[in-house]
Design a protein around this ligand. Structure first.
Ligand SMILES: [Zn+2]
Length: 328
């Protein structure tokens, strides 16, 4: 059931609609989950070791370039589960409670939309400055300073100051700063947590590895695999998130056929149907991945956008209709 991102309740429903007897009770399910957790850790660690050896052997100078990323299971803020991924290296989980006694999430704190925004801006800061570590660092620190600024403590030192700057505070300096009011920022305890994270994420040694136009696709694909096995929409425990992260890591590194190793560790017999199904699925996965890489490459996206704009221009020219608001 974990392979399809479902738990005991779904298994009971599945059995019920097929007129099968009730499968197992919670206690037995917990025992199986504990074993699954141990097996998955073992399989994922072996898989990561193999991936590291493979990665190392393909690097002539023994220097590995890794791509790191973070993803959150943010449903409900009473239990916050985050997974850090380093492609081909390791997976770490964190669960945090802040110094002021409150959890990190909630209103005025680290909300889903703020996390999305910060991740998006951080990604942009790297992608838009892919040729200079100095500029990349400045752009990342601008994201932190701008997002954590308040009227009492403005921190827009790193925000652009050009006439077309996106930073409304710096734009207001040239006009009338008195009229500028900051939007409410996150609580101080949350700002204190964000600060060292940004310091780590803007470290020149890390940014040096981000130089060049590398895409985030492998990270995104691993992240989506983790949450496929442990959907964000279904409340689940840290243990389930760990099982999902280990399962996703193993499948990401070795393909769906790693499930055969897992099933064997449970003492289950493997028949031809399982092997054929998993092999077919892996072949499909490789084809889809190649296709996506092609489609989502920067050049492809840019070309698509230019083509679309040209089509709109052409259409408007042909029709001689202005679609501007109030043009009719
Ligand atoms: Zn700013």
């Amino acid at each position: 059931m974990r392979c399809i991102g479902q738990g005991l309740e779904s298994l009971k429903t599945f059995c019920a609609v097929l007129s099968l007897p009730n499968p197992i009770e919670q206690k037995s399910h917990d025992v199986i989950n504990n074993k699954l957790s141990r097996v998955m850790k073992e399989v994922a660690e072996e898989s990561m070791k193999r991936a590291a050896v493979e990665e190392n052997s393909s690097s002539p100078d023994n220097l590995l370039t890794v791509s790191g990323d973070g993803t959150w299971k943010t449903r409900g803020h009473s239990l916050l589960i985050g997974v850090c991924t380093v492609i081909g290296a390791e997976a770490v989980y964190s669960k945090k409670k802040l110094s002021d006694g409150k959890t990190i999430g909630g209103k005025g704190r680290l909300t889903d939309s703020l996390i999305d925004k910060l991740v998006h801006y951080y990604g942009n800061a790297i992608r838009c400055n892919s040729t200079s570590v100095k500029e990349m660092r400045k752009a990342i620190l601008a994201v932190w300073g701008h997002s954590c600024s308040t009227d009492d403590e403005p921190m827009h030192w790193f925000c652009p100051t050009n006439p077309n700057t996106w930073c409304k505070y710096n734009a207001a300096i040239n006009n009338n700063l008195q009229n500028y009011k900051h939007k409410p920022s996150v609580a101080k305890a949350v700002r204190d947590v964000i600060k060292p994270v940004f310091a780590d994420l803007s470290h020149p040694a890390l940014l040096k590895k981000c130089l060049g136009d590398k895409t985030q696709n492998p990270n995104e694909s691993l992240n989506s695999l983790i949450w496929k096995f442990c959907p964000k929409t279904i409340g689940s425990s840290l243990q389930i998130a760990e099982i999902a992260a280990n399962l996703a890591t193993s499948v990401f590194n070795d393909g769906n056929q790693i499930l055969i190793t897992i099933l064997e560790k449970f003492g289950l017999k493997i028949n031809r149907n399982v092997c054929v199904f998993l092999a077919e699925r892996d072949n499909r996965r490789i084809c889809t991945s190649r296709q996506r890489r092609l489609e989502s490459s920067f050049e492809a996206r840019r070309a698509k956008k230019i083509k679309k704009n040209k089509e709109i221009e052409l259409f408007q020219e042909q029709e001689r209709i202005s679609y501007d608001p109030g043009a009719f």
